[in-house]
Design a binder for this molecule. Structure first.
Ligand SMILES: *[C@@H]1O[C@H](CO)[C@@H](O)[C@H](O)[C@H]1NC(C)=O
Ligand SMILES: *[C@@H]1O[C@H](CO)[C@@H](O)[C@H](O)[C@H]1NC(C)=O
Ligand SMILES: *[C@@H]1O[C@H](CO)[C@@H](O)[C@H](O)[C@H]1NC(C)=O
Ligand SMILES: *[C@@H]1O[C@H](CO)[C@@H](O)[C@H](O)[C@H]1NC(C)=O
Ligand SMILES: *[C@@H]1O[C@H](CO)[C@@H](O)[C@H](O)[C@H]1NC(C)=O
Length: 519
């Protein structure tokens, strides 16, 4: 059963006033966050998802700390065939990053705007944040790292660019560009400023951007077109996550009481880029000041608002109903004819390959650190000769545990050393090696991956199986993971089923449990 949607309102009772939250506010990969308010007053966080589909995940919160996974702005990565991971093409590392989400009261529409592959900008709208989202317009230019502001007079402005930052004004319907001009460039001592966001406070326009080595700039002007002057908001502040590296990009948000916060993110692979929150104050000169503590982004700060718990996307999912829960994202667009949800998830093989990176319909779930534990219960009785199915620790370096059927033999196998080439369009370097194999007679088995995904060593995962759901046996040695950033997305759980001989087989995912521990 999925966790029920119980929302506990704890309210302002006594000690709640002094309660502190802990960074990262979510120990998961939600990069390039853009936070804004909805018509209900709640906070909505949009994030990057690269080659995962659906894209541009949306989280909702009423206290900026406890978030619920509610949907996606981009239902399908429909812009090119490579996003289907078919015909030998892939879109690894492409797709959605550094986009923007806003609600517009005058039309009652939500807008999502994002540049894809440095060339085109797509604008999606929806009547409700949970959808349906539709592609409304494509602009023939890239709003690189864009931020949308809907001004007091309802005019829509988009700030974007790298190094040379540009302001664009959109048409009344928000679907075309009507004006565009450069507003500033990287100042002396900075290069390649990016990660742009646009805000208005007390009639003054602010552009937040960053140099991705630990410095955040904030620019202000009385006129949206400039001239802008800047100050530093973050200058190499140290990470609240041990071993985490730079902090710079993110978004600003105001509460009803007029308090402001910076939700940035810390680069911390293999987990990814995780949201971290800190209060800011405003100086007499109209520039904001980060509340750091002895050069650190503090691990804890007072709750911004009364704590409001939300339903978690951790826990057990038994795939009831006919829809996947919002926390699931496919590796590239799935073939919709090759899976179904109905009291369990049936995954038909969708690709004949020996290469997990080329297999369609791998279903992924972000890992929740510091130590992520994923447990898959799988019915393998309908696997065909040559099929492989199981649970992967999925990134550009991957490993998996699962079942391989060879002839009439079902074996639990562990495969290690799967790798992609970051310098060659993510071509597969290795499809991995099966390093351990155990024959089984049961047709239902459990697989568990326990992964320590903090940026500090040992960054290791162990792979276990069970034939009764109670006693688990480790297969193979622990696998070490890289903390390199070039893949951008963090390590995920991947549930897969592919054929090596012919299509026609299937597996039934009876349940998946995602948990997290601190050690
Ligand atoms: C991608 O796959 C979907 C679903 O199978 C299909 O409808 C669509 O035409 C494909 N897109 C491209 C660009 O090939
Ligand atoms: C882009 O920015 C650089 C400074 O970082 C500046 O020298 C250059 O003139 C700018 N180019 C344009 C077209 O504004
Ligand atoms: C910083 O964190 C410590 C505990 O980790 C806490 O006692 C202190 O209040 C925090 N500082 C601020 C400014 O919130
Ligand atoms: C596994 O699936 C097969 C085929 O659908 C079914 O007959 C069997 O009862 C299932 N086993 C369990 C334990 O669910
Ligand atoms: C980490 O991954 C990168 C990119 O895939 C690779 O080039 C590099 O050799 C790896 N480093 C280590 C220490 O494994």
């Amino acid at each position: 059963m999925r966790l029920s949607k119980v929302v506990l309102t704890l309210g302002l009772v006594g000690s709640a006033l002094a309660e502190q939250f802990t960074n990262p506010v979510i120990y998961e990969d939600f990069a390039d966050n853009d936070i804004s308010r909805g018509p209900d007053g709640s906070y909505y966080l949009s994030a990057s998802s690269f080659h995962y589909s659906p894209g541009a995940p949306i989280l909702k919160s009423d206290d900026l700390v406890n978030w619920e996974f509610i949907g996606h702005s981009v239902p399908s990565l429909s812009w090119a065939s490579k996003y289907n991971l078919s015909d030998g093409e892939n879109a690894y590392n492409k797709g959605i990053w550094a986009s923007t989400l806003r609600y517009r009261a005058s039309t009652g529409l939500w807008y999502w705007i994002g540049c894809i592959e440095f060339s085109k900008t797509h604008i999606y709208t929806a009547p409700a944040v949970t959808g349906p989202w539709t592609l409304r317009s494509t602009l023939n230019r890239c709003y690189y790292d864009c931020g949308l502001l809907i001004d007091d007079d309802d005019t829509m402005y988009v700030v974007s660019g790298r190094n040379n930052i540009t302001m664009a004004q959109l048409s009344a319907d928000g679907l075309q560009e009507v004006k565009r001009q450069p507003i500033f460039s990287s100042p002396t001592g900075f290069t390649n400023i990016e990660g742009n966001r646009l805000y208005k406070r007390n009639g003054v326009y602010y552009v937040l951007d960053d140099q991705s080595s630990g410095r955040t700039l904030i620019w202000k002007s009385d006129n949206v077109w400039g001239p802008y002057t800047y100050k530093l908001l973050v200058d190499k502040v140290k990470s609240p996550v041990p071993g985490g590296y730079s902090i710079d990009q993110g978004s600003l948000v105001e509460t009803d009481s007029g308090d402001w916060y910076f939700m940035s993110f810390v680069w911390a692979y293999p987990s990814g880029r995780m949201p971290i929150l800190a209060p800011i104050t405003w100086g007499d000169d109209g520039f904001p000041i980060l509340t750091s503590v002895n050069g650190y982004w503090n691990v804890s700060y007072d709750y911004p608002l009364p704590k409001i718990s939300t339903s978690s996307w951790l826990g057990v999912d038994t795939f009831e109903g006919t829809q996947l829960a919002p926390a699931w994202e496919w590796n590239h667009n799935p073939d919709p004819t090759k899976y179904s949800v109905q009291d369990g998830l049936t995954l038909n093989t969708a690709t004949v390959t020996y290469d997990l990176f080329k297999a369609r319909n791998t279903l992924t779930h972000r890992m929740h650190g510091p130590v992520a534990v994923g447990t898959l219960k799988l019915n393998v009785s309908k696997m065909m000769d040559g099929d492989r199915a199981g649970l992967a620790a999925f990134r550009d370096e991957s490993a998996w545990i699962g079942v391989a059927r060879n002839g009439d033999n079902f074996n639990i196998v562990f495969a290690d050393g799967l790798a992609q080439d970051s310098s060659a369009n993510w071509a597969t370097i290795s499809t991995g090696t099966i390093v351990a194999s155990v024959p089984i007679s049961q047709r239902v088995a459990w697989f568990r991956v326990t992964a320590q995904i903090t940026p500090s060593s040992p960054r290791e995962a162990t792979f276990e199986y069970s034939t009764d759901g109670v006693h688990f046996t480790q297969l193979g040695d622990p696998v070490g993971f890289n903390n390199s950033w070039s893949y951008f997305m963090g390590l995920r759980f991947g549930i897969f089923n592919y054929a090596t001989k012919q299509l026609g087989g299937s597996v039934k995912v009876l349940s998946f449990e995602s948990e997290s521990t601190s050690t």
